[in-house]
Ligand binder design. Sequence first.
Ligand SMILES: Nc1ncnc2c1ncn2[C@@H]1O[C@H](COP(=O)(O)OP(=O)(O)O)[C@@H](O)[C@H]1O
Ligand SMILES: [Mg+2]
Length: 308
Amino acid sequence: MTVASALPPGVVGIHALPADHHDGPWDSIITTPEVKDRLLGTALLVLRHGRALDQLSGPPHGLVVLAGPPGTGKTTLCQGLAQRAALALSTRGATTFVEVDPHAFPHEMLGESQRAVTRLFSDTLPELAARRPHTVVLVDEIETMAVRRNTASFETNPVDVHRATDALLAGLDQLRSRCPQVLLLTTTNFPAAVDGAFLDRADLVLELGLPDLDTIVMILRSTMAEAAALFPELDRLAADEALLRHLAETCVGLDGRRLRKLFLAAIARRPATAVDPAALTAADLVAAARSEVGDSYRLDRTTMAARS
Ligand SMILES: Nc1ncnc2c1ncn2[C@@H]1O[C@H](COP(=O)(O)OP(=O)(O)O)[C@@H](O)[C@H]1O
Ligand SMILES: [Mg+2]
């Protein structure tokens, strides 16, 4: 990875893939096989045939949007997808994976965000794309860049919002025509806040919802198996399918991030288990699950109250 000070504005990471230490994310996110197949299919099509397909009257835009509530694995899936696609294409050359954080753009000055977005698409990304045969770009939380132009915000100058969104759309079209083989992955927690013209350009828009009961069981099973790999005494809890099922039923409504953290929340509830996680009991896990669900309910109420 490049050192932070050498990175262009807004870019928070540049990686050469495939790389072994990027192997984890794809398998760590539990989804239906269809979600992963469609993501990988779209990615390979653009990366491998983007240039040729550009001849079509309706060419792909090389744009994927993953939408869904926070903590549903969107960012992690994109990181995993870059590695998976890079692995599949490795005989044809390496892949550059560029991570963009729109929050990292300077926005103190009026018009500054617009210039930064233009620079990203017209200079930074084409320069990076020239380095290796394949390039995957992840722009996380795109709603901050592609703000719907017909909704004025209280804090931001609406004219500036307009210009930044216009700059993004123009930049996207420019990148497409110069580098049709670049894959642009984007995520959003608030699809309703993303500009329609942006969504319209996407080749694939996937909605990731909160995990259903069976997925919750799988996430908890995988989390407890990881815990038992660290603390073998926890094997008895990890192998207790009835307990996992009961926990999962309690946890309906929690997102994947909080489910992954349930084990940590459970051992942190008592000093004795914090010092010796092997002392964790089924009752600790159930109590943690109940309190997580209660917390998330209270959090939702507070956020909703704050918004209204
Ligand atoms: N479907 C899922 N299966 C397994 N783990 C998940 C799932 N969704 C989220 N997670 C866990 O939550 C963490 C945070 O996910 P992240 O990709 O940051 O979510 P988002 O970008 O949607 O907010 C992941 O590292 C993963 O451990
Ligand atoms: Mg995210």
